[in-house]
Design a protein around this ligand. Structure first.
Ligand code: XMP
Length: 516
């Protein structure tokens, strides 16, 4: 069974915008299955599941409608279908252009903006005639043909929403999917109502859908490796895969030497309690030897990706019925790695863009359309214990992305010990479960310290503690001073090579969560 073949759903066509999957997630939150297809394959997707698609949403993206040239007509089929359509940002301009509107560059709007709703329309049910919305556009619709009606304009006079007269085809220039558009969810709900689709999709259906997708991807009798790291994503992927494969599934935990203190033992015990006995590969030497002295984090990610791939291939060489590698990749990993057509690369998550081109196992990523909170709700349904569900995300390349500058064993050990102290103090003070991630970072900068009566030059350790809903944006945690003070005192006394603790107070964006 192909995704979406047996469930009615809303298709989100992704034009590469960072928020495309957020749209899909919001639709699922409204109790409706939503599936994303990149613009390059959307037509094939649509024609193969035509009867199950009850609405289409077009995402925003970094493209400009004005640069499409002849390619514009590739999308004509969208406005010729008879399903309700909502275009967002780029999608809004694309629909308008396809129907003869003029698009211009030069009057961009960014951030919070007021829109004035001019017409009564089911899309704006529950909206008053002035509402705040989130804008992020460079191009705008300059004029509309006669069969289209302006529903709302921005405070700057830009067309903020339109509909085709007599048809459920809409465009909105703003982003209803982000929290900064307070009535955005209501607008999406109105669109769902317009499509007439039933709202009975539950996270439990996700479990059934993913299991059948895994089943359909695997040849009868073949075996698969599932790469486990102890985090909730790979644990959920492993449990779901186990339901399909039973003992044809081989959970593999690669110890790259970049885990936190005591983590391998803890992960092994956690997985065993779930009936997954991981094959632990001690590969510390081969990873650390290759990373030594490397300054560029992207290069480190590439090395780590390559070593992971080699290890999986070595295991597969010993048993030719192993044909697949299952990974717990989630949507933010994919968008940040820039593997979706049209999106920019921010970081190559090793499990996504870091694998070599020539890889003999087929990759299955059953969670790749989901966000962390959706994976956490699957984990609950699957009975995964709370301590695993609540575990902070930990990057696949581990502590290697928390070392700025040259990679050295000394820096690795410092960051490992400092992270342990930080986590211990957060658990003790009851803060751990209220933050998204908390870790220590080390660079090459030093600070003169005084220990006893003598001068000592030591390292600076930066603490990064962030709150976030989905890692796409993040804020720094407003920590109680006494907790920060305790952490600082413990790190500088228990790790003599450290003479200064700094606290990171930059949001994402403009920063990212991990330092590199
Ligand atoms: P950034 O640093 O891009 O991180 O704001 C967003 C989320 O992704 C995690 N992260 C990674 N996860 N491989 C992973 O599996 C990676 O290379 C990687 N880099 C960042 C990060 O911890 C945060 O939760």
């Amino acid at each position: 069974m192909l995704p979406g073949k047996s469930y009615e759903h809303i298709l989100v066509i992704s034009f590469g915008g960072q928020y495309a999957h957020m749209i899909s997630k919001r639709i699922r939150e409204l109790g409706v299955l939503s599936i994303i297809a990149p613009y390059s394959t959307a037509y094939e997707y649509f024609t193969s599941r035509r009867d199950m698609i009850k609405g289409i949403i077009l995402s925003g993206g970094p493209l400009s409608v004005k640069d499409l040239g002849e390619d514009l007509y590739k999308y004509r089929w969208i406005v010729e279908t008879d399903v309700p359509i909502l275009g967002i940002c780029f999608g809004h301009q694309l629909i308008a252009r396809l129907l003869g509107a003029r698009i211009e560059t030069g009057y961009g709007e960014y951030g919070g903006t007021t829109v004035l709703v001019r017409e009564t329309d089911p899309l704006f049910n529950g909206w008053s005639n002035r509402e705040r919305v989130w804008m992020s556009h460079r191009d705008h619709i300059e004029s509309l043909p006669e069969n289209m009606k302006v529903l709302a304009v921005s405070e700057n006079g830009i067309i903020a929403a339109f509909r085709i007269i007599g048809k459920p085809i809409y465009g909105v220039q703003f982003h209803p999917e982000v929290k900064h558009t307070p009535k955005g969810m209501r607008l999406l709900e109105n669109f769902v109502e317009i499509t007439g689709i039933g709202r009975n999709w539950t996270p439990k259906d996700n479990v059934d859908r993913i299991i059948s997708e895994i089943r359909d991807s695997i040849e009868p009798g073949a075996k698969a490796i599932v790469a486990v790291s102890g985090g909730v994503d790979s644990t959920v992927a492993a449990i779901l895969a186990q339901k399909v494969l039973g003992d044809r599934l081989i959970p593999v935990l690669v110890d790259h030497g970049l885990f936190r203190e005591g983590e391998i033992e803890e992960i092994t015990a956690n997985l065993e309690s779930l009936g997954l006995k991981p094959l632990v590969i001690n590969a510390r030497r081969r990873f650390i030897d290759r990373l030594m002295g490397i300054t560029d984090c992207e290069e480190r990610r590439k090395i780590i990706g390559e070593e992971f791939a080699r290890i999986f291939e070595e295991i597969a060489c010993s048993d030719h019925s192993i044909k697949y590698l299952i990974q717990g990749t989630t949507y933010p990993d994919i968008i940040e790695s820039g593997v979706e057509t049209g999106s920019n690369r921010i970081k190559t998550h090793h499990n996504v863009g870091g694998l070599p081109r020539q890889f003999r196992l087929k990759i299955i990523e059953p969670l790749k359309h989901l966000y962390k909170d959706e994976v956490r709700s699957l984990a609950k349904i699957l009975g995964i214990p709370e301590n695993i569900i609540r575990r902070h995300p930990f990057p696949g390349p581990g502590l290697a992305v928390r070392i700025i500058g040259r990679f050295t064993v000394e820096k690795l050990e410092i960051v490992r010990r400092a992270s342990k102290i930080l986590e211990e103090e957060l658990v003790k003070s009851g803060i751990y479960d209220h933050v998204w991630q908390a870790f220590a970072v080390i660079g090459d900068d030093t600070w003169v310290g005084v220990k006893g009566d003598s001068r000592s030059v030591g390292h600076i350790v930066i603490l990064r503690i962030v709150v976030s809903d989905d890692a796409m944006t993040a804020d720094w945690a407003r920590m109680p001073y006494d907790v920060l003070d305790r952490i600082s005192r413990r790190i500088t006394s228990e790790i003599p090579e450290v003479t200064m603790i700094a606290y990171s107070i930059t949001t994402k964006p403009p920063s990212t969560i991990e330092p590199c």
